[in-house]
Design a protein around this ligand. Structure first.
Ligand code: AMP
Length: 289
C-alpha cells in the first residue's frame, strides 16, 4: 500500500493508472476510520474491480469547519487508519496536508481564492445550521476529483445531504465520475457510526441512541397513520429527543429524497433527517420513512 502526500505525485500516479486502463475508485474521508468507512472501501473495490485501483483520502478539511467548531480537536489516528486500510487491500492512501491543499490560505489569501458553491440543495438542514460547511465540502471534493481522477467515488448515506450535493455538483460541472451512495453502518444499538462518537463519554453514549429511537418511532407512526402533518411530527420528535437530559434538537426535517424540498404532509417514502446535540457533540442521522 502506497502512501502519497503530494498532489503532483498523486496525479502522476492516477494518470499512469488511466493509461494502463485501470479503473480508479476513490473514498474521501477525514480519517479516524470506523466500519462505516471500511464498508465504502469495499464498495469502491467492488466497483473498480480486481484490476482497478482503490484510493482512500484522509484529510481533515479546515474549510468545512466554522471557527467555533471542532476542527482542532477532531480525532486523528493515522497509524491506526493505515493499518485498517492495509487489511482492506487499498492500493493508495492520499494524505495531503493543509499547505498542499490550501497554499498559504490564511497568511496570503490571494494564493487560494477559488471555491465551488452549490446554491440550492445546500440551503437547508446542515447548510442552514452550518453556513460555510458545504462550500468547504464541494471545494475539497472537487479538488480531490482533480487530483485522484477517479472513475467512481463512494460516499455514505449517513451524510445524505452531502451526497445529494456532490451528485448535483458532478452533474452541473460535468466531472467524469460516477457517484455511489452506500448505506449507513450502525452500532448494534442503532447509533450511526461516526468518528465523533469518540466524544460520547459515560451516559452520553447511551443517550445518543435517541436519534435512532426517534426515527424508528416516527416511522411506526407514519406507517400507521399514512399521512401525517410534518409540523406535528417535528413537535413529537423534539419532545422525544428532549426526554434525554443532555440531548437538544438542532433541527428535524422531512423532505423529498431527490430534491431535498421540505414536505408538509409526510407519508411512507418521505425522507427524514435530524441533527441533535448530545452534550457538546453534534450528531446527525437520516432515513426513509
Ligand atoms: P467522514 O470521515 O466523516 O468525513 O466520512 C467520510 C465518508 O464516510 C463520507 O462519505 C461519509 O458519509 C461516510 N460515512 C461516515 N459515517 C458512515 C457510516 N456510519 N456509514 C456509512 N458511511 C459513513
Amino acid at each position: 500500500m502506497q502512501i502519497v502526500s503530494s498532489n503532483a505525485a498523486m496525479q502522476r500516479l492516477a494518470k499512469k493508472w488511466q493509461r494502463a486502463g485501470a479503473l480508479i475508485g476513490l473514498v474521501p474521508t477525514m480519517g479516524f476510520l470506523h466500519e462505516g468507512h471500511l464498508s465504502l472501501v469495499r464498495e469502491a473495490r467492488k466497483r473498480a474491480g480486481k484490476r482497478g485501483k482503490v484510493v482512500v483520502s484522509i484529510y481533515v478539511n479546515p474549510t468545512q469547519f466554522a471557527p467555533t467548531e471542532d476542527f482542532s480537536k477532531y480525532p486523528r489516528d493515522l497509524k491506526r487508519d493505515l493499518k485498517l486500510l492495509r487489511v482492506e487491500g487499498v492500493d493508495t492512501v492520499f494524505v495531503p496536508d493543509d499547505k498542499e491543499m490550501y497554499p498559504d490560505r490564511r497568511d496570503v489569501p490571494a494564493r487560494f481564492s477559488t471555491y465551488v458553491t452549490e446554491e440550492k440543495l445546500s440551503q437547508t438542514m446542515e447548510g442552514a445550521s452550518r453556513p460555510a460547511h458545504f462550500r468547504g465540502v464541494t471545494t475539497v471534493v472537487a479538488k480531490l476529483f482533480n487530483i485522484v481522477l477517479p472513475d467512481v467515488a463512494v460516499f455514505g448515506q449517513k451524510d445524505f445531504q452531502q451526497a445529494a450535493i456532490i451528485k448535483r455538483m458532478v452533474r452541473d460541472l460535468n466531472f467524469p465520475v460516477r457517484i455511489i451512495v452506500a448505506p449507513t453502518a450502525r452500532e448494534p444499538d442503532g447509533l450511526a457510526m461516526s468518528s465523533r462518537n469518540k466524544y460520547l463519554e459515560g451516559d452520553l453514549r447511551r443517550q445518543a441512541t435517541v436519534l435512532w429511537r426517534a426515527m424508528r418511532a416516527t416511522k411506526v407512526a407514519v406507517k400507521k397513520i399514512k399521512l401525517f402533518s410534518a409540523a406535528v411530527l417535528k413537535r413529537d420528535v423534539k419532545k422525544w429527543i428532549e426526554t434525554e437530559p443532555d440531548a437538544r434538537l438542532d433541527y428535524v426535517e422531512f423532505f423529498d429524497p431527490e430534491t431535498l424540498v421540505p414536505i408538509t404532509e409526510v407519508s411512507p417514502g418521505t425522507h427524514m433527517a435530524l441533527a441533535v446535540f448530545v452534550g457538546k457533540t453534534r450528531l446527525i442521522d437520516n432515513g426513509r420513512l
